[in-house]
Every structure is written in C-alpha cells, then in structure tokens.
Design a protein around this ligand. Sequence first.
Ligand SMILES: [Zn+2]
Length: 478
Amino acid sequence: MTALVGKPATDWEPVIGLEIHVQLKTRTKMFCRCETSFGLEPNVRTCPTCLAHPGTLPVANGQAIEWTIKFGLAVGCRIADRALFARKNYFYQDLPKGYQISQYEAPLCVGGRLVVPGPDGEREIRLNRAHLEEDAAKTIHVGGVEGRIVGAEHSLVDFNRGGTPLMEIVTEPDIHSAEEAKRFLQLLRQTVVELGISDAEMEKGTLRCDANISIRPAGSSELRTRCELKNMNSFNFIGRGIDAEIARQIAVYESGGEISQDTYDFDAASGTLTVHRTKEEAEDYRYFPEPDLVPYEPRSELIERLEAELPELPGVRLARIAPVVGYETALDLVTSARDALYTKLIAVGAEPKAAANVLMNQLAAAGVDPEAVNPDELAKLIERRSEIPGAVFNEGVAASGTDSFAAIDFISQSSISDTSELEPLIDRILAANPGQVEQYRGGKQGLLGFFVGQVMKESGGKANAKVVSELVRAKLND
Ligand SMILES: [Zn+2]
C-alpha cells in the first residue's frame, strides 16, 4: 500500500459489513418441485413455475424455511412470529418473473451474533438479519471479454439454478480488517456445514460473499460512503479484495478526493478492482409483500424441536482448543472436522500439540476418516513417535483408520530393530564403502551419520535408527 508511505496505517479504520448467500441443499427449489441438481445440461430442471409462466403460483419450501430458522437459532437470532415474503423488482434476463421473491420487512431471522475467536481474543460480529430468497438463473455472456456482458455478442440463460433456495445473511458493519472478515466467513461456513443445511463451497458458488467497505479516521464513529465488492470466490480473494479496496479508498481520501457509492469486481489475477455498476438503492427495487404467499408463522413446537437439534457450534470448540494449540492450528482442526478426534486423543493422554500436528499432517495426507480412528491406539502410536522410524510412524497413522489396528503390534511388525536382521544389512553397506570406512577409522567420526543414512535407506526407512547407530558404531570401532 504505497499510499501509506510516511503515514501510520492506524490513521484509517476500515468498516466492513458482509452479505453472504448460502445455497441451501434442499432436494427441491424454493417455490416449485424442480430438483436442485447441478452440472446438468442447461434448462432441464425447469417447470412452468420457475419459468414464470402466467397463472402459476409459488409454494414455499418448508425444509428451506426450517433450515433458515435453525441457522437463526444457532446464532442467537430472534425468530419472527410472522415472516413475510416480498417481491424485489428488477428487470434482467436471469429473472423471468421480473421480480425475485425475497424477504424485506419481517425476515425470518433478525439480529444474532457470531463470536469469532482470533489470535488476539474473541470478537463479536453482530448480524442484522438472515432471510430466505430464490436464486436467479445463470447468465453466460458469449463473445465478450472473460464472460462479461461488455462486448458480448449474445447472452445465454440457464434456468436450472433459477429458483434455488438461498439464505442471505447480512452482518452489521462490525468487521475492521480483511483478516477478520476472512475469519468470520470461515467460521460461518463451518457453522452452516455442521448444521447440515449447505455444502457452502465458495469454489462451486454455494457460498457467495459481497463486502460493503468504507474507511474512517481511526477513533471516529462516523460512517462514510461505502463501496460494495462482489464476485469473490475464495477466502483468499476475499482477503486480497478487501485489502485492495481499503488501499484504494485511503488513496482517494489522501489525495483530496471523495468516494462515490460504486460496486466493484475484484480481479484476483491482476489484483485490480473494476467498476461493476452503480449501486441501486433499496427504493429502486420497489419491494412489496408477495401477494401469492401467505405470511409464515412458525409454530413453537418447531422452534423447540430445532433448538434441541442444535450441535455444539464450531466457534465454541475453536475457543476451547485455541489456547492450547494456537489459533491457526485450532481453526485447521475445526474446519477440517478433525477436532473431535483431537479431543478424544487428549482425553486418553496424548500430548496436545503432537496430536494436533499428526492429525493435520500425517492423518490428513493419508486421507484417513477421523471418525474411523480408534483414539486409544493412535495415542499409543503418537506416544512412541520418537522411538520408531519415520516411515513406520507414517504407515501406522495411515493404518490407524482400520478396525484391527493395534499400535504395539504394528510397531513390532513393521519396524526393524532386530539385530540379526540389521547386521547383514550393515555389513553390506560397510563393504560397499571401504573408503569411508577407512576415513572414519582415521578419525572422521562425522561419517557415522552417512552409514546410518545408507542403512536406513536400504531398509526402506523402517530400521530403528537408534539401534542402527549403535550397531554401526560398534562395528566400525572393532
Ligand atoms: Zn421449477
């Protein structure tokens, strides 16, 4: 950020709010019975309702409503007694009705918060709301630059995605750095995944995030003109995009300019921002209550049932683990669903950092399902780690997901510390390297490592290095 040269970065405080779209993994669409399948030929998952033929009527998807309420309960939202659907009017080819059914006044979930543990302690990010809406169809612009409408010869519309249920989550402007935005989003993602309501994969577009960004002099509480950043399809791009937008705004203010309320796309390849379109105001959409859908009044039994189904949230587990193994490792454990196994390993006496390390490295590399692992046996293997050859340890971790895995048997069968097996191997290595043997005996003691290394290599990494080292030394000193 060259604009900051000579000035401390603390002169400006970023103010960031996020709008997140989570595609719910219901079997059918939001207002019709079309299946929500993906990767199919264009326009095979359509019906008169989601193509907006005259005379068709929407019927709200009960599962999508339940799941949105479930999310709301998980993050402490107030659930509406009477929620309304609304028409959001705009004209574009991805919206055959000419309006999107969304929620405006009286959304399903209001308020709430996500407590985000970080390296410097916890931060509470307040939510404004979570509501339900239908997704638009997918437009493909042909002949232009990078699939954009500018310069395109024509546009194709695929209505398979049109009408898919989306939960939109809006935060308050409580986020103050790109890093914090990323942490919030990672935790939010993990929360919806564990609630079982969405796959929430940014790369596949089932989790999408727009950021509203402004800056203000540090210490002030004013809210200046904000810009919206769209189309960021990975956690990494979100961090970089927000940082780029903050730097742009600082440069504008510091050169005496003003910020206008624009929407930008972040191009990750070039790291640049391009103007997307001038931001509409809410009144441009002429929201009004959807006359074809009755207001939704959740029953108290439903709320009680959903509340009882809530699992312990990832943020709570993260906060518990982070002080022991560090924030980054804890986040890795929680977001890879390995933290339950970590907790079991600790419970049977494994050293926390060693356990976390093995789970995030060897176990992850071997692709072992953490739920299949017997924690007692893996803990025994971890405890013996320093005594057994590296290759044997790695193989053991890889085998720890099988039913019959027993650490002690595995170690004794797989690692070679039997002298009668190792001696011929050592003799062979010494015979093959007469020059080095002579040098060693002439005083070049550092060559011991060379011989041990050769023996280890010959054994496929399975020889016990400590035993080999003792045997080689004894032979050379004969
Ligand atoms: Zn349909």
